[in-house]
Ligand binder design. Structure first.
Ligand code: FE
Ligand code: ZN
Length: 505
């Protein structure tokens, strides 16, 4: 090929010009999922790949990133990098990431491969193919980076098994599988736009800066290596949405419905991130409420102002997320603490300095609704009566979070919504989740609900011990309190450290 050829020309020659018009099969036969979602595409060539990346250039770029990343990961392992952490309590965040988010990356890889196969436009197929490989790379590099911690700490030894079975991991798992089992257009709106563009900053920013603050160089390194991929995914997310909105006016209401749905689905998954930011990081970056203000209320509002010219408005129920930001991290941590016997990471009552930090960051809610409960739990713990909740909670049929959230305008009342479908009653945590169900009940009546499955005897048996064995969790070793755990004992031996800030007295 002529080396002097302009870049755009070269890109077209090496990508979509390789496409051809089929002659012995119809396009409908080749791309059977193009019609059923109701999305109309009149001109696939209007798809503009914002990166004009050829496969050849992609491999070279990624290979270079891999070389650098693995050099740092090796050095980290050889230098006992785990000993530079702020405190071993920090690892609860890593455990949640590895068991909850990393398998999500893998599922995103599957989703892009499946969606890419279905799109009738060559440019879109190529973009999906590249993102499928990116997501596979993210899963792999996260597994490799965190494998070092697995040699020294508990709770990470069987993370794929965990993701398939443990109750709280069905929250992120069901999110990705809901997207995977949708049509290709919904899939890209869900993952490329609602997740990557609107919400991904709220996962990566706090995790990566939290990792940096807490001395976790393994996570920081893969975070940096993934960052340029993420920037590409976000640009692609915006391209996807604008392309679909410009193709046909009939697409607008369908896409608005998907934005409403996937914004709410994503927001519920972020509950785990909120708990991580406010409770799991020994050295905190910013509060969940501050992150939500910065990354959604400010950047998100500007984005939706920009999309107004296409007839797109803010996601439905976004106001509920604004009142909820004062509450969800505390509600989630309380639930994780109460069910700590069935978790593969440790929980604790924050130390006094940490409670003071939360009081300062949450002046409207913490002292009034949450601090007294946590202080009560600490008193119980000191008296040898560590509180647990042995009753299996009802889960929301959509987001699969237990019914822990409160009414948008009343933090003293648990929010419960129900719908009856074919004589069965289903329960939801919010108006957002109820709407999703009512729109597609046939899909969600099939959901695999962890506590309901336990009650039906499908999870190893009828006792807690049998269920934990089925989860591959050692309840005493992997879960419950950090105080007195094997992780804590090892940490003290290896670092020679005595009492750290925040440990229960
Ligand atoms: Fe990714
Ligand atoms: Zn819900």
């Amino acid at each position: 090929m002529n080396r002097k050829m302009p870049l755009r020309e070269k890109y077209l020659r090496l990508t979509r010009d390789l496409d051809w018009e089929p002659s012995y099969r119809s396009r409908e036969e080749i791309y059977p999922q193009m019609a059923f979602e109701g999305i109309r595409v009149t001109d696939w060539d209007r798809w503009e790949d914002p990166f004009r990346m050829t496969i050849d250039a992609y491999w070279k770029l990624q290979a270079e990133k891999e070389r650098r990343l693995y050099a740092v990961i090796d050095a980290f392992a050889q230098n006992n990098g785990h000993l530079t952490l702020s405190d071993a309590r920090y690892l609860s965040a890593v455990k949640l990431f590895l068991t909850g988010i990393t398998p999500g990356e893998y599922n995103a890889h599957r989703g892009f491969a499946m969606a890419g196969r279905q799109f009738a436009g060559a440019g879109t197929r190529a973009a999906c193919q590249i993102q499928a490989v990116d997501e596979l790379r993210h899963a792999q590099t996260q597994i490799h980076a965190m494998s070092h911690y697995n040699k020294y700490f508990n709770g990470m030894n069987d993370f794929t098994h965990s993701n398939e079975r443990i109750w709280y991991l069905s929250v992120p798992k069901s999110f990705f599988q809901d997207a995977l089992s949708a049509g290709p257009f919904e899939y890209v709106v869900a993952i490329c736009f609602s997740f990557e563009y609107v919400l991904t900053n709220l996962i990566f920013m706090p995790f990566m800066s939290g990792a940096a603050y807490n001395g976790d160089m393994a996570t920081v390194t893969f975070g940096f290596s993934a960052q340029s991929d993420e920037a590409r995914h976000m640009t692609l997310g915006l391209e996807v949405i604008k392309f679909l909105l410009e193709q046909h006016p009939d697409n607008v209401p369908i896409i608005q419905g998907w934005i409403d749905k996937w914004f709410w689905r994503g927001y519920r998954v972020l509950t785990l991130v909120a708990a991580m930011m406010d409770y799991m990081l020994p050295k905190r970056v910013m509060s969940w409420a501050e992150a939500w203000e910065m990354y959604f209320e400010q950047s998100g509002a500007a984005l939706f102002e920009d999309l107004a010219r296409y007839g797109i408005r803010m996601p439905k129920y976004w106001e509920h997320t604004v009142s909820g930001k004062h509450h969800i991290s505390h509600q989630a941590w309380n639930a994780l603490y109460n069910y700590g016997f069935a978790a593969a990471f440790h929980t604790w009552v924050p130390g006094d300095d940490e409670l003071d930090w939360l009081s300062k960051k949450y002046p409207e809610s913490f002292d009034r609704y949450y601090r007294p409960t946590l202080e009560w739990k600490r008193r119980q713990q000191v008296q040898g009566r560590r509180f647990i909740n042995p009753v299996l909670p009802t889960l929301c049929q959509i987001c699969q979070v237990p019914m822990i959230f409160t009414e948008p305008d009343d933090p003293t009342t648990i929010c419960v919504r129900t719908s009856v479908y074919r004589d069965e009653r289903y329960t939801f945590c919010s108006d957002g989740c109820k709407d999703i169900f009512d729109h597609e009940p046939e899909k969600y009546v099939q959901a695999w609900m962890p506590t309901h499955q336990v009650n039906m005897g499908h999870c190893g048996g009828t006792t807690i011990d049998e269920v934990l064995a089925w989860y591959h969790i050692d309840g005493q070793r992997d879960g419950m309190d950090y105080e007195g755990s094997e992780d804590q004992r090892h940490w003290k031996e290896w670092t020679g450290s005595g009492k750290k800030d925040g440990e229960a007295a």
